[in-house]
Ligand binder design. Structure first.
Ligand SMILES: *Cc1c(COP(=O)(O)O)cnc(C)c1O
Length: 431
């Protein structure tokens, strides 16, 4: 399959180029030129497939012959080397747990897949590829772990000083080796702006092979489609509604792509914190990026969500079209804390602040259904609650534990302080 820019549908590139460039030359994001529906047999057989077979079937049409089948199979296998269970809370509400990977957030899936694809394509290169990434917390740790020790690849991570949890910071700044972390005096949006600028700045891409591992990279989105199919396989009812706690809208975009592939999903809920740029668009038809507001669901504190351009591409820029599939809603920190308590009290289930927003969006959406007999609402639980214990423990007034097999990153913090300006970043990149 070929990939085109959201700004220019004429120039198509290969998967390898879309992966390596990160961002298209014209500043747009890469999108699949055309998403064909999967064969009906694939969907019919889905129930008896393993996770890896599911993943291969989805990845194959996007990657074609660019990666040999046996290599792709290995990549998918290593990407999905942990469980993704769908857990019922009530008759109509289930939670898809995406946090069983090494950094306990869904971003492990995208990062692991991308690292392995990139490593395949760069294996014969004589110079290293630098992966540049901005993070509001979870991307950085997932990318750091996904790429750690991968040959031929250097990783440079920008994160906003004081705006990620101590735990997230530890997970990315203590690794060293091929992982460099930069603690930026600014917000996540500043970090993201600098990453985008680095691709255009004179003297950088001329000197080093640069790519990005943000959710703007199409190689992150492809594996994120997998888990909608994995949830579908575990469904207990006919009609599925997915509520996706969203920030940069990578997860939601992957869901919309899964639907284009033919997965029968009735509705998506774009569940947001008070950075309600996309819900506002769905209400008013106006897309107005703003400075991000800090919340307790900090991985979703995004004021200018990149993947909005892809969402528009998938629906030909039509509010009317996208509104048939997606509804938006937003919630504040007090709502989030309340519902964490309530769900724990009702179902004995501990949500993290991001999943909690997903739950709230789901409940709100299901309220509009007259008859829910055949409807199963699924919210994505995007991180393990112990990752956000500073928020969750005071709400529950109880300690929560890490998963059994979890090992905390130890060692000194190795990050370098970075001013909110391009000169210093450029120096570090080309040094
Ligand atoms: C990144 C992240 C999100 C938001 O996902 P997007 O794909 O950027 O919308 C939600 N929850 C957690 C825990 C995250 O790390």
């Amino acid at each position: 399959m070929k990939f085109v820019s959201t700004n220019n549908k004429a120039q198509a590139v290969s998967f390898k180029d879309a992966l390596s460039n990160g961002l298209a030359e014209d500043g747009g994001l890469y999108v699949p030129q055309k998403i064909n529906k999967l064969k009906q047999e694939y969907l019919d057989e889905l129930d008896s497939m393993s996770f890896v077979e599911i993943g291969e079937g989805i990845a194959k049409p996007f990657i074609g012959e660019e990666i040999p089948s046996e290599v792709l199979s290995k990549i998918v296998n290593e990407t999905l080397s942990f469980e993704i269970p769908l857990i019922g809370l009530s008759d109509n509400i289930s939670v898809l747990e995406l946090f069983h990977g090494p950094t306990m957030a869904f971003k492990d899936v995208g990062a692991r897949f991308m690292a392995r694809c990139l490593s395949y394509f760069t294996k014969d290169k004589d110079r290293d590829t630098t992966v540049l990434v901005a993070t509001s917390g979870d991307t950085g740790s997932a990318v750091a772990h996904g790429f750690y020790g991968v040959e031929g690849i250097k990783v440079v991570i920008l994160y906003p000083k004081g705006k990620v949890s101590e735990f997230q910071e530890r997970q990315m700044t203590t690794l060293g080796k091929n992982i460099t972390t930069l603690e930026v005096d600014g917000t996540f949006d500043d970090c993201q702006r600098m990453v985008k600028a680095a691709f255009k700045e004179d003297g950088i891409t001329e000197n080093i092979a640069l790519t990005s591992a943000n959710s703007i990279n199409i190689a992150r989105l492809i594996p994120q489609m997998f888990y909608y199919f994995i949830a579908y396989q575990q469904r207990s009812k006919e009609d599925l509604v997915f509520s996706v706690p969203s920030g940069n809208y990578g997860n939601l975009t992957a869901g919309l792509m899964a639907k284009k592939l033919g997965l029968p999903i009735k509705k998506f809920v774009a569940s947001s914190n008070v950075n309600e740029i996309v819900p506002d668009y769905l209400k008013t038809g106006e897309f107005s990026p703003k400075d991000s507001i800090q919340t307790i669901s900090n991985a979703m504190d995004v004021g200018n969500p990149s993947n909005f351009a892809r969402m528009m591409y998938l629906y030909d820029g039509s509010l009317e079209q996208i509104s048939k599939d997606v509804e938006g809603c937003s919630f504040n920190d007090a709502d989030t804390r309340n519902i964490i308590w309530k769900v724990w009290d009702n179902y004995n289930y501990v949500m993290d602040p991001h999943g909690a927003i997903g739950y709230l969006g789901l409940i709100q959406s299901l309220e509009s259904f007259d008859d829910m007999k055949n409807t199963q609402g699924i919210f994505l639980e995007t991180a393990h609650p112990s990752k956000f214990r500073e928020v969750v423990e005071p709400v529950l007034e109880e300690k929560i534990s890490y998963p059994e097999d979890f090992e905390m990153d130890s060692g000194p913090k190795l990050s370098i302080p970075l001013k909110n300006d391009m000169e210093q970043l450029k120096e570090i990149l080309i040094s």
